[in-house]
Write a protein that binds this ligand. Structure first.
Ligand SMILES: [Zn+2]
Ligand SMILES: [Zn+2]
Length: 229
């Protein structure tokens, strides 16, 4: 299989799993990175240096890593490095240190404590999102992509906007049509869910699709819940 085929089927499978494929594949990329940190150990010198410079993963990815099963040793090693770096920076700024370190008062020290590179997990996530956006645009003409797009409930709003940023005029028109179809379906399901909450219609059973439409709608607007599988 060529790389193009791999990316295409990866996209199709992500659609078939339901919800925004950019969210799913982006989170898959950052999760693989965090899993590798935990399970393969933080032995690579470059990875260690990168994590030190980034002051560990960002808030979202740090906690995602810390909540993973078996994360104790990997997390401890990463943060031992980070804390050591912070401690050294503070020690260098102790009263005996040259006054140039205190130029701009606390601001200078504050900057020296801050991360100098972005979160590596975020970077991988963004790269996977970009890759998926381009794969989608490349295969818009394929019938099964259109069907899968609508059946999945479309893209989340932030990722729809990301894809539009790369789209031609005709691609934009096609995507807008698919996205509107997906959102109309969600809106209809929400209408039914709301209606059936009225005691006069409470005897009518809520379908499975209506039952989780409210959660799928939150995901459609802000992106996938990271706690979902
Ligand atoms: Zn998304
Ligand atoms: Zn991050």
């Amino acid at each position: 299989m060529t790389e193009k085929d791999v990316l295409y089927f990866e996209l199709l499978e992500a659609f078939q799993a339901g919800g925004c494929p950019l969210c799913r594949l982006g989170q898959h990329a950052s999760d693989s990175y965090l899993d590798a940190l935990i399970y393969e150990g933080v032995t690579d010198v470059r990875t260690r240096a990168e994590l030190r410079d980034a002051r560990g993963p960002c808030h979202r990815h740090a906690w995602r890593m810390a909540h993973k099963r078996g994360s104790v040793l990997g997390t401890a090693i990463i943060y031992r490095d980070v804390v050591n770096t912070l401690t050294r920076t503070l020690e260098e700024s102790a009263p005996a240190a040259p006054s140039r370190l205190f130029g701009n008062r606390g601001g200078n020290l504050g900057k020296r404590l801050a991360a100098t590179i972005p979160c590596p997990a975020c970077r991988l996530e963004e790269a996977a999102e970009e890759r998926t956006a381009k794969t989608l645009l490349k295969h818009l003409g394929q019938e099964e992509i259109g069907a899968a797009y609508v059946a999945a409930g479309g893209l989340c709003l932030p990722h729809f906007q990301l894809v539009l940023g790369h789209a031609s005029e005709s691609a934009t028109r096609r995507l807008a049509g698919w996205q509107a179809t997906a959102l109309r379906k969600l809106r209809d399901e929400l209408d039914e869910l709301i209606r059936k909450h009225d005691h006069r219609f409470a005897r009518e059973p809520i379908t499975e699709a209506e039952g989780d439409s409210w959660q799928r709608t939150v995901a459609a607007v802000v992106g996938r819940d990271e706690a979902s599988t």
